[in-house]
Design a protein around this ligand. Sequence first.
Ligand SMILES: Nc1ncnc2c1ncn2[C@@H]1O[C@H](COP(=O)(O)OP(=O)(O)O)[C@@H](O)[C@H]1O
Ligand SMILES: [Mg+2]
Length: 384
Amino acid sequence: MNVAEPTASPNESELADAVRRALAAVINPATQQDVVSGGQVSNVAVDSDGQVRFAFALRQGDPGAIVRQARAAAEAVEGIVRAKVDVELPQTPAAAASSPKAPARKQGLAPGSVPAPVPQPGILPGVKRIVAVSSGKGGVGKSMVATNLAVAAAQRGLVAGLLDADIYGPNIPVMFGEERRPSVTGAKGSEMIAPLDKHGVRLMSLGFLLKREQPAIMRGPLISGVLKQFMEQVSWGPLDLLVVDMPPGTGDAQLSLVQTVELDGAVMVTTPQKVATGDVLRGVRMFERVNTRVLGVVENMCGFQLPGSEEVVDLFGRGGGEALARELSIPFLGRIPLDLAVREAGDRGMPTVLSAPDSQAGDALQEIAGRLLAALDQLAPRAP
Ligand SMILES: Nc1ncnc2c1ncn2[C@@H]1O[C@H](COP(=O)(O)OP(=O)(O)O)[C@@H](O)[C@H]1O
Ligand SMILES: [Mg+2]
């Protein structure tokens, strides 16, 4: 991001032109054409605070990273403080072709480009429900919530799976205390990876496949490749619920996921303070833009009971997530207190609903799981 010195500020239309020029340097690897002359950018508008907003038409075969690249290019323009991108998802091929700005060009992929997958009807056919646990930023307790939701579902007799899609920082192995390597079955060329079974949940994480010290550095196309493999080449078997633990933010992995498989919805986790709920708002908007229902907001780390005392300190404030949920007319699923036992249990590989079911946090997590499962019961079945 570019924090401009307060020099003579160019006016807003000049800034919009500068943004268009910057975007014209972003090449879409799927078409080998820049995103402006490719007709993917429209409605560029800059406001007096230096925020630019534009629509970006994501097409079939585009890598999810292209949106992030476009945003970064816009934010690098001198005088632009922030870029807001309205992602438009692929429509029918006919509608896309009739875009007025789309030049006559051969459709199809450039050699060597790696297309991002689009939702495939046949993917994960035996899975009844798929829910992503997401957040605007890291460290708010997504993995903790995802872990406990999956285990709570299993405790209720559902066949549950947990897919760790946090390619950058897979921590499901630690939260489940699981270090085995998954076994691979099947003939060469059609191998399947068997998920690990722990605490009644079927698990898959890049962390099981990488060595501990090996960093997982991946960019858009690779991420979608890994996610797709985790859906197609893991023998999940029939599942009532697959929980997907997302990486933080609203970037490639989120887009890749919704392009890979149709989600039943997303759960947004936030801490209660204003900054964090702002991140969640961006997350909610992203899911809306890609037509994914937000099933509810969870407020985590609210209220810390001082050890040996009745006093509760709202370390990160209180109520931000609930207020946001109300404002957006999204269900509020509940709040989880900051509890040392949660972290210690997490580090020991014991989900709270198992290790401290009677704690306030354990109770809260069970309630949240109950509300989520009830909400899922109301939905129509996933498209076969
Ligand atoms: N309510 C809570 N009370 C205490 N520790 C928590 C709570 N929620 C999460 N933690 C701890 O905070 C850290 C970050 O949580 P994690 O689930 O990994 O966040 P994220 O997946 O959003 O990055 C972990 O060590 C986790 O055990
Ligand atoms: Mg995490």
